[in-house]
Design a protein around this ligand. Structure first.
Ligand code: SAM
Ligand code: SF4
Length: 345
């Protein structure tokens, strides 16, 4: 039996199977389960988005099949994202099915990035199914600004979701996109809010992905500048922690909490990149910041055996580009035409 024979399990396929052309081991898959969302964050989506027809989106069974194949090939961490994962009908069925890999020991972590508008409703089930950590996006503590940035979101629901996740026993990390005009001055208050609740928080630079209704240049703020500003009143101690991703972590000595910086534009993090992304239409993107793509939906809808699917995945990973080429320039088109909500942030 070859490593890629049909219905091979995690035990029958030797790992690491997924190593790219530059020798980087891929152990982390982000799966966008839908392009839809109940919010319309100004930096993520245009106000009037055209969403994909249902037939183009992978069914729950197809998502399970592809994600499970990645696990068989050596992926140890799965993150469900979107769009908003919790608006996908039947998501808990998928989580339940994928949780078998946690029980078998093939997967270390099954997790989720969410806007938390429906987290209060789903937190107990997620925790029961083995989800130990969730990332929640929340860019401001001001209800009016939150409603404007998300075009209609209710901050109280998000905060209730954060609380419910904690009560269910999950660890919550807050993600906040730094926006020069809107929340840059509020960043210390956001950090304080998170750390008072024993939550880690990560700041993100806006990335040039997909056409939106405004020019991102006006809102771009370098996290290097944010860090310098924070260091004028707090002591930040670098932590040796690395997740193979773009985040760099510090401890804020005064609050005792952890703070991350995701700086794709002012820092290059590609040499240690361990992750790839699957869109809700089954396209494998091995780099967030490049247009490279492998159509896995076409492979499975053509009736491929597991061995063919595994080969297609391995081929997509082998072609993983060396790095991205993000640039934010006034008036320039986005570096990548697809929206973050399509690729899954
Ligand atoms: N809806 C979920 C949420 O908001 O957490 C999951 C999907 S969302 C696309 C994932 C993350 O991407 C969020 O933290 C969001 O703030 C971030 N994001 C979206 N568009 C972005 C952009 N253009 N630049 C940087 N981060 C972005
Ligand atoms: Fe929706 Fe998340 Fe994009 Fe906001 S960032 S519009 S919550 S997908």
């Amino acid at each position: 039996m070859t490593p890629y024979d049909a219905h091979a399990t995690a035990r029958t396929i030797p790992t690491p199977a997924l190593t790219d052309g530059f020798g980087r081991k891929v152990t982390y898959l982000r799966v966008s389960v839908t392009d839809r969302c109940d919010l319309r964050c100004v930096y993520c989506m245009a106000e009037h988005m055209r969403f994909l027809p249902k037939a183009e989106v992978l069914t729950l069974e197809e998502l399970d099949r592809i994600a499970s194949m990645f696990v068989s090939l050596g992926v140890r961490k799965l993150r469900l994202t979107g769009g908003e994962p919790l608006v996908r009908k039947g998501l808990m069925t998928l989580v339940e099915s994928l949780s078998r890999h946690l029980r078998s020991g093939a997967l270390d972590e099954l997790t989720l990035t969410t806007n938390a508008t429906r987290l209060a409703e789903f937190a107990p089930d997620l925790a029961r199914l083995g989800v130990k950590r969730v990332n929640v996006s929340m860019d401001t503590l001001k209800p009016d600004l939150f409603a404007r940035l998300t075009r209609g979101g209710d901050l109280a629901r998000v905060q209730a979701g954060v609380e419910a996740a904690g009560a269910a026993g999950m660890k919550v990390k807050i993600n906040a996109v730094a926006l020069a005009r809107d929340n840059a001055a509020e960043i210390p208050a956001l950090i304080q809010w998170a750390h008072e609740r024993d939550l880690a928080i990560t700041l993100i630079e806006t990335m040039p992905m997909g056409e939106i209704d405004e020019d991102r240049t006006d809102q771009f703020v370098s996290l290097g500048d944010v860090r310098r500003d924070l260091e004028s009143f707090w002591t930040l101690r670098d932590l040796p922690l690395t997740t193979g991703g773009p985040a760099r972590y510090v401890e804020v000595l005064e609050t005792g909490g952890r703070l991350g910086f995701i700086t794709p534009l002012s820092h290059n993090f590609c040499e240690s990149c361990n992750r790839v992304r699957l869109t809700c239409t089954g396209t494998l993107h091995s780099c967030l910041g490049q247009e490279d793509a492998t159509d896995l939906r076409a492979v499975i809808r053509a009736g491929a055996a597991d061995a063919d699917l595994a080969r297609a995945i391995a081929g997509g990973i082998d072609a993983k580009p060396k790095g991205h080429d993000f640039r934010i320039a006034r008036g320039a088109a986005p570096s990548v035409s697809r929206h973050m909500s399509t690729t899954g942030g």
